[in-house]
Structures are given as C-alpha cells and as structure tokens.
Design a protein around this ligand. Structure first.
Ligand SMILES: *Cc1c(COP(=O)(O)O)cnc(C)c1O
Length: 465
C-alpha cells in the first residue's frame, strides 16, 4: 500500500515511512492511496476470531509490502496481550438497542492504548537492528501522554519527551506518566497551559536547527498507524451484533476526529454502518461544521471531558480530502484559508456528502450528567464523562429503532472519578492493575514556559540518551 498526502505535494511513502514520519512534509496528513475492500463474506468470516486475529485481517492490506502477515500477527499478539480483558474491546449491553464498546482495558485506562500499544510495537520493529534513533516529542492534556509513554518505555532507539501543563492534569494522569522511570522517558512539566506546551512542540518540529540534530517523530493522532489500529474495533463490534447482514450505528465522543474517522474508514472498506454520530461537548466546531458548514475555531471552554476540549480537529482534513474528490490542491487552498482566518465554510456538495454517513450533536455538562445517571440506573453501568457525551448524543438523535447503537466508551470511569462521583454519587475505584500508583516514585523535570529552555533541554537529553 502506498500513502499519499492530503495536500498532494509531499512524496508518496510506504507504510513504514508514513508511520515514522507522522506529518507529511507539505503540511498534510498521510492517507492510503485507496481504501482496501472487504467483501460481505470476508466480514462474516471475522465472527469467530479473537481480537488480535481480527486485527490481522483488517490491517493486512494497509501494511502490505512492508510487513508479512506473520510479522503483523506477532505485533498484534504482543500489543493486545497487554490488555486486562480477554476480549480486548468487550461489548456491554445497556438496553435492547444501546451498547457500550469498552475501549479502556489497556494499561492507561483510555482508548488511546488500543492504537499506541500497536504503534510502540511498530516503532520497535521498524528501528530494530538499524542505526536510526527517533526522538518523540509531544504535548498532552492527559490521556495521550501516558498511553504513549507506556507504549515506548524501555524501547531501544527511542527517546520520548512529553510536555504536560504543570498542575493542570489530574493526579492519576500525572502519576501514570511520571512514575514510569525507564531512562528513555522524559516528562516535562511546563509552567503554562496545554496550548503553550502544544505551541512549543509545533515550533520544535519546524525548527531546522533542532531537526538537524534529532530525528523528530510524532505520536499524536495525525499518525496514520494510530487510525488504522482503531478501524479494527468497528469491525469487531459490528460482527458481534449481526454485521455485515445487519447495519450498526456508532456514537463516538470526539475531539481531534481521529476515532470517528476510523469508523469512516471501516465504512469505506465495506462495513455496513448505518450512522456515525460525532458527539462533541460544548467545544462544538465539528457539530457546527457538519450541520451548517461553519468550520471556525472559537476559544476552548474547559469541561468535565478534557480530552475533547479541542477547537481545531486535525483529522477532519482527512475527511475533507475524500469529500473533495481527493483533490490535494483544493485541500491546500481550504486549509490555507483556515490557517489565515481560523475559519472557513465547507461547500454545500461536500457537506451533503458528509451527511450521508455522519450525524452530530453537541452535549452540555447537564445532559452529559443525565446520560451518566441513565447508564447507571437503566443499564447498571458506571461510565466516564467522555463516554456519557457519546451516549447522550446516541440517545438524542433519531436512529431507526431496529438498528443497534454502539457508543464507544473511551475512558475508564476511575480516570475521571470526581466528575463521575458528582453525577452518580459513586466513586469508581482504581483498577487493581494500576497497583500502588500513589506510592510509586515520580520523576519529572520542571521547565519555564519558554521555548529556548525546552529546546535546549530536549536536545541535551536526546544527545545523552
Ligand atoms: C482522546 C480522547 C477522545 C477524543 O478522541 P479523538 O480521536 O481525538 O476524537 C475522547 N475520549 C477520551 C477519553 C480521549 O482520551
């Protein structure tokens, strides 16, 4: 499989190069040159397979030419062997038509483990035995940081630097990062906000001097391999509910449009998906874009669902690329306009294309809390606030009564236990597998919110590693 950029002018890459690069050199995002197709019979044949084997069937066409099926199988077994539930992503029934797909049984309790555990394996495989070293630099508002650190801790040829805004991530989230003491892990607490940290990371990626000294790599959801890994659980869930002979709807708590774009990919590959619900909190750029074509960034409002407190959804560009007939020049024009004005309007024909599959809803804090209580009272489940946004949207939209609706449960309730306790009166206990998280030694560096200080630190530590 070849990978092309959504902006049309970066070189075409194979799967290995696209995975290691992250962002394309023309500022675009890599996508497969075409969507592989699965026939109804091939989808039916997934029904009896375990998660790792399902993953091999779904991902094989995307890695063709770079990994053999046996190599891919070994990586999937290693990645998904670390999940605490044998089904990896189990389905839980709430009532006669609503289901939860629990994506939080990985090491750091959020769905990001599903993709990052595999990405860690891919990085190791691609770098093994060679003399290429990569330096991963990222900023996190909580979940991505710990999932990325867990995925690469202790691996050869990789250094990881993770910036978090000091005092603005929860104790659980911070400790999940800072108690990983592997020498290749560097946690940095920045005096500033998440946006400050993110801006410094972006500046580093554009810094010629820095790029000349280290081989920078990104693990945020612009990395194609992460989306590819997420396509798997749409198939896994749908076949358990009667797919491909019965269409299924999915409701996806959305921030950067990564997880829900993976659902779009599943549909392009042939999985009958009746609806994809884009569920946002009050930071609703995607809901506005999909309902009125108004793609304009406002200011971020802090909510009880911090992992969705996002104004600009990077992966939306991948959908726009398809809606524009894969015209890279058109996307370069549209995204250029967005970068200049922080706003653009989506043409009516493209919008109509999106509405064929996507619905959307913006869910405020009260409605989220109502959904949390509904899951508790009607379905016997304590869920997390992000999942509750998805469930609220799933229940608010009119979907044919005979179609099963699966809400993606993106985090374990214990990860956001204050908000869960406020809504339900129940304080979810930390799962035993986190063990003595609160007794373990923490290690991190504090740096001022100053680009030069952060750059000097990263370059010096990377050179030592
Ligand atoms: C990252 C995250 C999301 C949003 O996922 P996107 O792929 O960015 O849309 C939703 N819920 C939780 C718990 C997350 O960590």
């Amino acid at each position: 499989m070849e990978y092309i950029s959504t902006r049309g002018s970066a070189p075409t890459l194979d799967f290995r190069a696209a995975t290691l690069a992250g962002l394309a050199s023309d500022g675009g995002l890599y996508v497969p040159a075409k969507w592989p197709q699965m026939s109804a019979d091939e989808i039916r044949a997934l029904a009896g397979l375990d998660y790792a084997e399902t993953a091999v069937r779904i991902m094989a066409p995307f890695v063709e030419g770079v990994l053999t099926e046996d190599e891919l199988r070994d990586l999937c077994r290693a990645a998904y062997g670390r999940f605490s539930h044998d089904a990896v992503t189990p389905l839980v029934q709430l009532n006669h038509r609503h289901w939860l797909l629990e994506l939080f049984h990985g090491p750091t309790l959020a769905f990001k483990d599903v993709a990052l555990q595999l990405l860690g394996q891919l990085f190791e495989k691609f770098l093994a035995g060679g003399d290429t070293n990569i330096t991963i630099v990222g900023a996190t508002s909580g979940d991505t940081g710990s999932a990325a650190i867990e995925a690469v801790a202790g691996r050869e040829h990789i250094q990881i630097f993770m910036l978090h805004p000091e005092g603005r991530v929860s104790d659980v989230q911070r400790r999940q990062m800072t108690t990983v003491l592997a020498p290749n892990v560097h946690n940095i607490a920045i005096d500033g906000s998440f946006d400050d940290a993110q801006a410094m990371v972006k500046r580093l990626f554009g810094d010629e001097e820095a790029r000349g000294q280290v081989n920078l790599s990104a693990v945020n959801s612009i990395n194609w391999a992460r989306l590819m890994a997420q396509v798997v659980y749409y198939f896994y869930a749908a076949v358990r509910l009667g797919g491909p002979d019965r269409p299924v709807a999915f409701s996806v708590p959305t921030g950067n449009f990564g997880d829900v774009f993976a659902g779009y990919v599943a549909a392009q590959m042939g999985l009958p998906i009746a609806r994809l619900v884009v569920a946002t909190n009050v930071n609703d750029i995607l809901h506005r874009a999909l309902t009125s074509g108004d793609y304009s960034a406002g200011t971020v409002t802090a909510t009880a669902t911090p992992s969705m407190d996002i104004q600009v959804s990077s992966n939306f560009e991948r959908l726009l690329f398809d809606l524009a007939g894969r015209d890279g020049a058109a996307i370069t024009g549209m995204m250029g306009e967005f970068d200049r004005n922080r706003a653009m309007s989506i043409p009516a024909d493209m919008l109509a294309g999106a509405r064929g599959l996507f619905s959307s809803a913006s869910i405020d804090g009260d409605t989220m809390a109502l959904a949390l209580r509904w899951a508790q009272e009607k379905g016997g489940q304590i869920i997390d606030p992000h999942s509750a946004v998805g469930l609220a949207a799933a229940r608010a939209l009119e979907i044919d009564a005979d179609i099963p609706v699966v809400t993606l449960a993106t985090a374990h309730p214990a990860k956001f236990r204050e908000a869960v306790e406020r809504a339900t009166g129940v304080r979810p206990p930390l799962p035993a597998r986190l063990g003595n998280l609160f007794d373990r030694e923490e290690r991190y560096s504090r740096l001022p919110g100053d680009y030069d200080a952060v750059k000097a630190f990263v370059l010096a530590e990377a050179a030592r590693g």
